[in-house]
Ligand binder design. Structure first.
Ligand code: 3LM
Length: 395
C-alpha cells in the first residue's frame, strides 16, 4: 500500500504493492521476453487468467505494470495500459471502441497523425469520422447521432491551445451513449484529470512531459473501467503489438518522479513567455490558456490546475518574416515534439500538422505561419532574451 494521497507522493510511490525480493528501491528493468512456469498447471492457470502470473512481455511485464498502476493513480483511473507510442495508444483505443457502421466525432484541430488516423484510416474500415468545433458544446449536441460511439479531442488542443469543456462534452456524450476519449498530453495529470471531469479514457503521448527528457517514444491509456483496460490490453494491444519496452517504462517511472516539479517550472516559464509575447509590438496574437484575454481561459481556469507550457503565436508580418524569426532563434531548437527540458520551436502547418489545407487552417481561426513553442526549463530570462533577439529581425 502506498502511504500518501498527494500528487507528488503518488508520482514517486503509487503502485508499489508488488513485493520486490531484493528490496531494490527502484523497480528493476525486467528485460525479458518470457517468464517461466514451475509446472504446466501453473501455466494453464495463467493462460486462463485465473492468476496474474507473468507470461510474455507483449502481454505483461513487471516494470510496465508498475508504470501502469502509477499512471492510473495519477489520472484517478482504475487501471492503465502502456503502449510503444502515443499513436499506438490512440489507434488502439479508437479501434477498441468503434466497429463498422459506427462514427467518431473529433475536434477539427488535432495532432497531425491522430487527425490522419481518424479522418483517413478509420473510414477504410467502415467507421465514419466527423470533425466539428468542440470548443462549443452546442455544436456537439447538434452533431451527435445514434451512430456516434466516440467523441475524441485534445485539450489544450495542439497547436491552437483551444480549450474544450470536458465536463460539458462528457455530459452530452453520456446522454447519447458515446464514450469520451481525451488526449491529456499537453496538460498531464498534474494540471488536468479528464476522468474526474466525466471522460471515459485519457490517452497520452508519454514521449512528452511524462518522460520529460525527450529520450523515448511512448504512450499510455488510462480508464475509469478496469475491465475495459483488460479488454484493450488483451484484445487489442496484444494482437496489434505496439508494446512498450521495459527500458522505456523504467525511464518513464524516473520521469514521473519529477513531473510535478517540472510542470510547475514549465508553467512559470510559459506564463512569463506568453506575457512577454503579448506585450511585444510585432506579435499579433498569442495563444496561451493562461492569458485572461484568451477565449478558453475561463473554462481552463475551471477544469485545469495550471495552464501548461505550450504557447503559440502569430507575428505581425508575412510568412517569410515568420520563418525568419524561427530561423533566428538560438536557445529554442527547431524541432517537433514537446515537453522536454529544452525549449523547442516549430511551424506546425509546415511540420507536425502539415496535412491541413489552407481552408481547414482558416476554418480553425489559425494562420499558416503560426509559430508553436514548447517552453522548456532554461532560465526564463534566457528564454525571453532569445525570443527578443529573434523578433528583432522584424525591426
Ligand atoms: C508534436 N506530437 O510535435 P507519439 N497526441 C498529441 C501529440 O502532440 C502527439 C501524439 C499524440 C508531436 C510529435 S510530430 C512528427 C512529433 C497531443 C505527438 C503522438 O506517437 O508518442 O509521437 O504521440 O506535436
Amino acid at each position: 500500500m502506498t502511504a500518501g494521497r498527494h500528487f507528488e507522493t503518488l508520482s514517486i510511490h503509487a503502485g508499489e504493492e508488488e513485493p520486490n525480493p531484493k528490496r531494490a528501491l527502484n523497480c528493476p528493468i525486467f528485460m525479458t521476453a518470457a517468464f517461466s512456469f514451475a509446472s504446466l498447471d501453473q501455466a494453464d492457470a495463467a493462460f486462463a487468467f485465473e492468476t496474474d502470473d507473468y507470461v510474455y512481455s507483449r502481454g505483461n511485464n513487471p516494470t510496465l505494470r508498475l508504470l501502469e498502476r502509477r499512471m492510473a493513480a495519477l489520472e484517478g483511473g482504475a487501471d492503465a495500459v502502456a503502449f510503444a507510442s502515443g499513436m499506438a495508444a490512440i489507434s488502439s483505443v479508437l479501434l477498441s471502441l468503434l466497429k463498422p457502421g459506427d462514427e467518431v466525432i473529433a475536434h477539427r484541430m488535432l495532432y497531425g497523425s491522430a487527425w490522419n488516423f481518424i479522418r483517413n484510416i478509420l473510414p477504410q474500415y467502415g467507421i465514419g469520422a466527423r470533425l466539428a468545433d468542440l470548443t462549443d458544446p452546442r455544436v456537439l449536441a447538434a452533431a451527435i447521432s445514434e451512430k456516434t460511439r466516440v467523441v475524441y479531442f485534445e485539450t489544450p488542443v495542439n497547436p491552437s491551445l483551444e480549450i474544450i469543456d470536458i465536463a460539458a462534452v462528457s455530459r452530452i456524450a453520456r446522454e447519447r451513449g458515446a464514450k469520451v476519449v481525451v488526449d491529456n498530453t499537453f496538460a498531464t495529470p498534474y494540471f488536468q484529470r479528464p476522468l474526474e471531469l466525466g471522460a471515459d479514457v485519457a490517452v497520452h503521448s508519454a514521449t512528452k512531459y511524462i518522460s520529460g527528457h525527450g529520450d523515448v517514444i511512448a504512450g499510455l491509456a488510462v480508464a475509469k473501467d478496469a475491465e475495459y483496460i483488460q479488454h484493450l490490453k488483451f484484445g487489442y494491444l496484444c494482437e496489434l503489438g505496439g508494446v512498450m519496452s521495459p527500458f522505456t517504462a523504467w525511464l518513464l517511472l524516473r520521469g514521473l518522479k519529477t513531473l510535478a516539479l517540472r510542470m510547475r517550472e514549465h508553467e512559470r516559464n510559459a506564463r512569463l513567455t506568453a506575457e512577454f509575447l503579448a506585450r511585444h509590438p510585432r506579435v499579433k496574437k498569442v495563444y496561451y490558456p493562461g492569458l485572461a484575454s484568451f477565449p478558453g481561459h475561463a473554462v481552463a481556469a475551471r477544469q485545469m490546475r495550471g495552464f501548461g507550457a505550450m504557447v503559440s503565436f502569430d507575428i505581425d508580418g508575412t510568412v517569410e518574416q515568420s520563418k525568419a524569426v524561427v530561423n533566428r532563434l538560438k536557445l529554442f531548437k527547431l524541432a517537433v515534439s514537446l515537453g522536454d527540458c529544452e525549449s523547442l520551436v516549430q511551424h506546425p502547418f509546415a511540420m507536425t500538422h502539415r496535412g491541413y489545407s489552407e481552408e481547414e487552417i482558416a476554418a480553425a481561426g489559425l494562420s499558416p505561419s503560426l509559430i508553436r513553442l514548447s517552453v522548456g526549463l532554461e532560465h526564463p530570462e534566457d528564454i525571453i532574451a532569445d525570443l527578443e533577439q529573434a523578433l528583432s529581425v522584424l525591426n
